[in-house]
Design a binder for this molecule. Structure first.
Ligand SMILES: [Zn+2]
Length: 480
């Protein structure tokens, strides 16, 4: 047997619905073999996992690392947060502030963002394209450049020339994406309903954080999802709803799918763990769009997460850097969003340890599901021979308390402050190289700028389903 770069042995891998003692051999950044120790090849570096769990790295397809003040967040610090939290691949959103790089509306702006990532990122990454009336003709160039999908905003201008789209523009973009495999990504809130509800509250002098949910009613989300699903059907294009906030929108999703719509939805940890009461407890820090919802809607969202209606999770990590204080008097005056990439995998892992989520469902929601939807699977989001060796070692006995000051995300706060975790990442590998080491939040290792841009829908190499049992078949994860 020839000598490979790395062997991780004596780990426990999830296979066929159970934990199997096994190991992986890694060469040239790829998994080349999954087997018990005697069958693993000799290696330059050998890691004894001592019975720890070996999981695929998470895939976070919704990050805003290049949006906000560069001294607070950037692709480098964001990627460090990813490495610490077991996220080995992220997909950066199109909106970015020009202090970082231009929003991703054409091929040269894409190149700029890719170059910035390849100078500063610790882990591999992809990029989303943006769509609006101004760049309709440049969308084919973005797709040729390997963007994950094209994101549109219905009622809010994200930045500069990246504008909100009228209905006819969204439909035109959907038609351009037809047959390409790239989903049209939609921030689904009916802008007119949001504007009206906001204005009504303002006029009544009700502007404190507790009213924020009322300013963006669930009806606005339900209505927008129903409408864009129809446009996707008319165009023959896959639609992806980013950051779905309410479980009460899921019946709309199911109806559209029953008609045949190719409609996927992501939700975010904050919609699963926080509700309208959080505006009382955390005030302006809890501002996010769409807003946090009622307890009943959170419960319905959990049900959809468990039954497969929700396709996967993403963080919608953002680090708006303006002062939060003015938001306590006028919640409408400050920008929305908060960080989430670093804490997402460790927190959701708790649900698998507790048995609320199966491990198969967890790994689908955080790795395979998003990687498949945006065309990065099986190179990313899987633990299979042929895949990139993006791996996380998890110690079921290791404990951590989330403290913002310990995190790498360079944000002023986390909504998960003080949360106690048992069973957390203790080492993260990106293409076989250690990028974080030690109990979460780990110590970052590796050279910033080692991360590579990954084009979507380009994977050609074989990712064999042969596993520890030898050809047991790809473990099928519960989907819809
Ligand atoms: Zn977002």
């Amino acid at each position: 047997m020839s000598v490979v770069d790395l062997v991780i042995h004596s780990a426990r891998l999830r296979w066929g619905g159970e934990w199997v003692e096994s190991g992986v051999a890694v060469d040239d950044g790829r998994i080349v073999r999954i087997a018990k120790e005697p069958q693993l090849p000799p290696a330059d570096e050998s890691v004894d996992a001592g019975g720890l769990l070996l999981l695929p790295g998470a895939v976070d397809t919704h990050t805003h690392f290049s949006y906000g003040r560069p001294d607070r967040t950037d692709l480098g610090t964001g990627s460090g947060a990813c490495a610490s939290g077991g996220v080995t691949f992220f997909v950066e959103q199109a909106a970015s502030t020009p202090e970082h790089c231009r929003p991703t509306l054409d091929a040269s702006a894409l190149q700029e963002k890719v170059a910035l990532g390849e100078r500063s990122s610790l882990v591999d990454f992809g990029v989303h394209g943006g769509g609006c009336a101004e760049n309709l003709s440049r969308i084919p160039d973005l797709l040729a450049g390997g963007v994950a999908g094209i994101k549109v905003y219905l009622g809010w201008n994200p930045v500069g020339e990246y504008r909100a789209s009228e209905d006819a523009t969204v439909l035109a973009i959907a038609r351009r994406l037809s047959g390409t495999g790239a989903p049209l990504e939609v921030h689904a809130e009916n802008p007119s309903l949001v504007a009206d509800a906001t204005e009504t509250l303002r006029k009544a002098g009700r502007t404190t954080p507790e009213v924020y949910t009322d300013s963006r009613p669930t009806l606005a989300e339900q209505e927008a999802v129903a409408r864009v699903a129809r446009w996707g059907e008319a165009a023959g294009t896959a639609i992806h709803i980013v950051h779905l906030s309410s479980g009460w929108t899921l019946p709309v999703v199911r109806e559209a799918r029953a008609r045949g719509a190719d409609l996927s939805v992501e939700t975010c940890p904050h919609y699963l763990y926080f509700d309208t009461g959080t505006y009382r407890d955390r005030g302006a820090y809890a501002k996010v769009n769409p807003p946090l919802r009622s307890r009943a809607e959170v419960e319905a969202l959990w049900a959809g997460l468990l039954d497969g209606t929700v396709d996967f999770l993403a963080s919608d990590h953002a680090a708006p850097s303006s002062e939060k204080a003015p938001g306590e008097k006028d919640i409408f005056s400050i920008p929305p969003g908060f960080p989430g990439s670093e804490t997402m995998y460790p927190i959701l892992m708790q649900e698998a340890f507790r048995g609320r989520l199966s491990w198969e469902r967890l790994l689908w929601l955080l790795a395979e599901g998003p990687a498949r939807r945006f065309g990065y699977h099986p190179r990313k989001g899987s633990l299979l021979p042929g895949a990139d060796a993006d791996l996380v070692l998890v110690d079921p006995r290791a404990t951590a308390v989330i403290r913002n000051e310990d995190l790498h995300h360079h944000s002023e706060f986390t909504l998960f402050e003080g949360w106690s975790l048992k069973g957390v990442p203790v080492r993260t590998f990106s293409r076989g190289e250690t990028v974080s080491d030690g109990v979460f939040p780990g110590t970052l290792r590796g050279r910033p700028g080692r991360g590579r841009y990954q084009r979507a829908r380009e994977f050609t190499g074989p990712a064999s389903p042969a596993g520890p049992g030898g050809g047991a078949g790809t473990p099928r994860s519960p989907h819809r």
